[in-house]
Design a protein around this ligand. Structure first.
Ligand code: 6R9
Length: 660
């Protein structure tokens, strides 16, 4: 096997190589990789397709069940599917106790790396001990089966302890990404009726300390979130924070005082967690996952897609607050007993080569990140990668949005040294686990295409008008057969679950919300969302939720938000805003609108550009024509504008846009 020496890379050499590689359509697995791969049976998909329930039962059988299921798949109340009915299982038992009992307690679960260079090696035994005691502490705080526990924490080992402790006693966690504002945490706690919130005194971000607890207090008083009884605070930064008597407790103190508890056998269909995600409306969707099916899906796909071996060191750069963090930092890796690297900080702090430094230092074998991060690394330049020895890497993964071929090839050439298969994994919060990708020891990858459905899944491209199956060509992506880790409902909103996912093609075909092209080899090329969901750096936001944050500003009359293609972030937010009479557009108003968005949703939802306008382009029936707003932002010809109530509006807008 030849190992390419990354140190020889220069911008010019990379440019030249990418130009060559752009001619290549398929990248078959390297012989050296294929020879050691776990999955090499070319019939695996066909075997699974012949009897999908038997296939999934076989996968579920790798987990430890306290009671075997009576029925693999119960479709009697479709689309409310049930998997492994009658079975009981505990997630923390599978992620921790099982490994420790097998004598693997000293194995490192996470090499945790802090922003300022600190490291902690978290073993399976340590995690078990902490989890069992924190589960006891939660019980003493009044948390029981089915109760919702909010988690709003930075990337520290305690976030894993908190999640697993919930699963140990059957509590339902509701993790909110640390980048969301306390205001949006409050909304998510309120609508889910959370009883307890686990948070931190503060978080570190790029060398600064940001207080968390004070903003939690500000937004989560008894009126705002009446269900919230207790707040558990992790001492993370050590800053002084107010603690409310009778409500707030310190994480370390309750943990110290509590007795360890055993894992509670849970019904396979017991709710495991809720994760709020953006949909077509301003109200986020509480996506509900359940116990047995989710763990089966996350662990199976993690093992297959990352070609896991016992000595792997796996590094997923996502945040635990997203589904990728849930399935591929916490549940998949722990269920499979692997060693992971967990990094607290930003990819460019303390320097732009920190990921590669960690890969070298820990001998990372499998690395998983997002296209937007790869494009940022490309922009920063190869000089941040070149000094690091990345010869331990064996496989690279991508998730969150379509990856453009150039970024794919850069990843393959610069990071993977042309040795490592790149798996482009398509899935969603709703699917719980990877659905479409290439099996790295078996399938050729085509840069820009996610690939083929994994074994046990069926995926279709359906005609948008007629609903018929498109063998080759473009249409709407659909999943015509249930799978174990699928969402079960939208929390406390079953009607919206049915209308969002099952009205379009009926109760047996899941409507994804993406458009895609299927090629002659059956490969799927995802094009993008067909609803009002924007994907900024792999983060899902809805146009409606950003609009409603903008109009919350008292000076704003109306707002329309669209997505614009962006070289770095995939899509960027552009907001068109009209102001109330008497208010003039100014840098101050713009800054205030941005602050309102940061407060209501989080900084990640701030528009790349705000365009103030006298009027928005509307049809005669008063509908805002978003297509035109997108065309303006992407500087395209506008085509037919005759249906507009006032066609001159778009000319003014175009001029505004060009003025910058
Ligand atoms: C895991 C995750 C889901 C949406 C999905 C699609 C887009 C994700 C992709 C991809 C093309 C990929 N998406 N992975 N598009 N290729 N490999 O990202 O979940 O945050 O729920 O977003 O992201 O549009 O519908 P989530």
């Amino acid at each position: 096997m030849t190992t390419k020496n990354a140190r020889e890379l220069t911008e010019a050499s990379v440019e030249a190589r990418l130009a060559e590689l752009l001619q290549q359509e398929r990248f078959a697995p390297q012989e050296a990789f294929a020879a050691q791969a776990e999955i090499t049976d070319p019939e695996i998909r066909a075997r699974a397709a012949a009897d999908p329930t038997a296939y999934w039962a076989e996968q579920a059988g790798r987990l430890r069940w306290s009671r075997a299921w009576d029925q693999v798949l119960d479709s009697s109340e479709a689309p409310f599917y049930r998997w492994f009915s009658g079975g009981t299982i505990n997630v923390s038992d599978n992620c921790l106790d099982r490994h420790v009992e097998a004598g693997r307690g000293d194995k490192v679960a996470y090499h945790w790396h802090g922003e300022e260079g600190e490291t902690r090696d978290i073993t399976y035994a340590w995690l078990l001990e902490r989890t069992a005691r924190f589960a006891g502490a939660l019980r003493e705080l009044g948390v029981g089966k089915g109760d919702v526990v909010g988690i709003y924490l930075p990337m520290i080992p305690e976030v894993v302890v908190a999640m697993l402790a919930c699963t140990r006693i059957g509590a339902v966690h509701n993790v909110v990404f640390g980048g969301f504002s306390a205001g949006s945490v409050a909304e998510r706690m309120e609508v889910s009726g959370a009883k307890v919130l686990v948070t931190a005194d503060g978080a570190r971000r790029k060398g600064r300390t940001a207080p968390i607890k004070p903003s939690v207090d500000e937004h989560m008083g008894p009126e705002a979130v009446p269900s919230l009884q207790r707040v558990v605070v992790v001492r993370n930064t050590g800053i002084d924070v107010p603690m409310t008597d009778g409500r707030d407790v310190w994480f370390d103190e309750v943990l110290e005082a509590a007795d360890a508890v055993d894992p509670e056998p849970m019904d396979a269909e017991a709710p495991l967690f809720i994760l709020y995600s953006s949909g077509s409306t301003a109200k986020p969707k509480g996506i509900l996952h359940t116990t047995g099916g989710y763990l089966t899906g996350a662990s199976t796909t993690h093992r297959q897609v990352f070609d896991l071996h016992d000595d792997d060191v796996y590094f997923c750069s996502a945040d635990v607050g997203w589904i990728t963090g849930h399935s591929y930092i916490v549940y998949g890796p722990l269920a499979n007993g692997v060693t992971s690297v967990m990094y607290e900080g930003a990819p460019d702090y303390p320097h732009k080569g920190i990921w590669w430094e960690l890969c070298e230092r820990r001998g990372v074998t499998k690395f998983y990140t997002a296209p937007t991060a790869i494009r940022a690394c490309m922009k920063w330049g190869v000089e941040h990668v070149a000094p690091h020895d990345l010869s331990s890497l064996k496989l690279l993964g991508s998730v969150g949005e379509p990856i453009n071929p150039k970024a794919w090839l850069w990843y393959w050439h610069v990071v993977g040294g042309e040795r490592c298969p790149v798996v482009d994994t398509w899935w969603q919060t709703e699917t719980g686990a990877i659905v479409i990708t290439t099996l790295p020891g078996l399938d050729a990858a085509k840069p820009g295409s996610a690939g083929l459905p994994l074994p046990g899944y069926e995926v279709q491209v359906l005609d948008a008008e007629q609903g018929g199956v498109v063998e080759e060509g473009e249409g709407l992506l659909a999943i015509p057969r249930p799978w174990p880790s699928m969402l079960r409902t939208l929390y406390q909103d079953p009607d919206r679950y049915v209308s969002t996912y099952w009205d379009r093609f009926g109760p047996t075909t899941y409507f994804v919300g993406d458009s895609a092209r299927r090629d002659a080899d059956g490969y799927t090329w995802v094009i993008g969302r067909v609803d009002d969901v924007i994907n900024v750096s792999g983060h899902r936001l809805s146009t409606a939720e950003v609009e409603s944050a903008i109009v919350a500003h008292p000076a704003v009359a109306e707002s329309a938000v669209v997505a614009k293609a962006d070289d770095l972030t995939g899509q960027a937010i552009v907001a068109y805003v009209t102001l109330q009479g008497g208010t003039d557009a100014s840098a101050d108003v713009e800054a205030e609108i941005n602050a309102t968005i940061a407060d209501r949703i989080g900084k990640l939802a701030r528009p790349k550009r705000i365009v103030f306008t006298q009027d928005l382009p509307k049809t005669r029936s008063g509908k805002i024509m978003r297509r035109l707003l997108r065309d303006i932002a992407e500087e395209r010809d506008l085509g037919d504008t005759t249906t507009l109530a006032d066609p001159s509006v778009v000319d003014q807008l175009q001029q505004r846009w060009q003025q910058g």
